[in-house]
Write a protein that binds this ligand. Structure first.
Ligand code: UT7
Length: 344
């Protein structure tokens, strides 16, 4: 049986930081409110107007290729999960393909908001499991600052910009994506959305005046669904794979709110020491949160570790994945660092 194993991780983070103190000067908020309600202290913002989501996605892809020691020509397919594509079309995946020189790859974008990376992982895995492809690049990237209203305190404190990428390759030894659950419920779409710019509300002076090109969220309502949704699928995937809290090495949750993550961990019966958590430093980077966590924790991951990935987002979309990690992260990370030092 062929499984899709994650064999490398890459990332990109803009250098500029937007701290809670900065936001205190922009809107009526406080560091205390933001930290206690969300867990966020700062986020990264790509202020450069000439650099969009494909730039961050391509940088994450280059980081991954360097660490894995492969050439861009070897990539068969590129899936970019994003809700902030550079343009409606062409797909951001096409722009990434050209930027990194992946001349043998095809690709497409996948729109599932904060669950985008999970859905793209599950989609990419099918190409590996079927034997069609050997190397699939799955990228989660969002330049959330471009759809954030920095006069709206209820949303502007939440989001940041970033990209994360993983490489999927075939594995026949039982490692990789073991199981996944994907769900959508479109009946609540208007609780978290961006109404302007599409075929329903094409851009006009009116849509701009009404701020319809910014993300809109009914936070309190989304929170309720997110807590239940993320905890439910995480518990379900553990149950149907016979996993207890002791079997799980890490929960890798979408980083939207510390309190949602905490509730999910409690439901899974695991302590916060087993939870990848970097919301404090990056905020909610939508499709990038999960691969960013994998990047930040790569050195701690060992072959055979059981990971539960979980997300909830606009749509609504939500899901979970059970991944058996395929390599010792410390060796790869160290090799890559040595190579960079050597080439410098
Ligand atoms: O990633 C995709 C999915 N998204 C999520 O999972 C996000 C889910 N929702 C949340 O994380 C939380 O609902 C928020 C962090 C967005 C908000 O936290 P909350 O505890 O649900 O606050 P709230 O919306 O119920 O607002 C409580 C109060 C309100 O004031 P009143 O009406 O009680 O007087 C807000 O106006 O806090 C006020 N408020 C703020 N105060 C200071 C809202 N935003 C701010 C702010 N600073 N930035």
């Amino acid at each position: 049986m062929i499984r899709a194993a994650i064999t490398a991780v890459g990332h990109f983070l803009p250098e500029d930081r937007l701290t809670n103190a900065d936001l205190e000067k922009m809107v009526d908020t406080s560091d205390e409110w933001i930290r206690t309600r969300t867990g966020i202290r700062e986020r990264r913002i790509l202020w450069d107007k000439d650099k969009a989501t494909s730039y961050m996605a391509a940088e994450a892809a280059r980081d991954l290729l360097r660490k894995r020691g492969i050439e861009p020509e070897e990539i068969d397919a590129i899936i970019v999960a994003t809700v902030t594509p550079d343009m409606f079309f062409p797909a951001t995946a096409c722009l990434v393909q050209a930027a990194i020189g992946a001349k043998n790859a095809w690709g497409f974008d996948l729109s599932a908001a904060c669950s985008g990376f999970l859905f793209a992982l599950s989609t990419g895995a099918r190409f590996i499991e079927s034997g069609k492809h050997e190397k699939v690049l799955v990228i989660g990237a969002d330049k959330m600052s471009t759809i954030t209203d920095y006069t709206d305190r209820t949303t502007c404190v939440l989001f940041g910009d970033a990209a994360g990428a993983v490489l999927l390759e075939p594995d026949t030894e039982g490692y990789g994506l073991i199981d996944s659950i994907e769900r959508v419920d479109g009946s609540q779409w208007d609780l978290l959305c961006m109404k302007g710019g599409g075929s329903l509300n094409p851009p006009t002076h009116e849509t701009v005046d009404k701020k319809m090109h910014f993300l809109h969220q009914e936070g309190r309502h989304v929170f309720r669904y997110a807590v239940a949704g993320m905890a439910d699928v995480s518990a379900e995937i553990m149950e149907r794979n016979g996993l207890t809290g002791d079997d799980v090495r890490f929960l890798v949750p979408h980083q939207a709110n510390l309190r949602i993550i905490d509730a999910t961990a409690r439901r899974m019966g695991i302590g916060m020491d087993k939870v990848m958590l970097n919301i404090e430093r990056y905020g909610n980077t939508t499709a990038a949160t999960i691969p960013l966590c994998l990047h930040d924790w790569e050195q701690d991951l060992r072959r055979g570790d059981n990971l539960v990935l979980a997300a909830f987002g606009g749509g609504f979309t939500w899901g979970a994945a059970y991944v058996k990690w395929a390599y010792d992260g410390d060796t790869v990370a160290r090799t890559a660092t040595a190579e960079v030092a050597e080439s410098a």
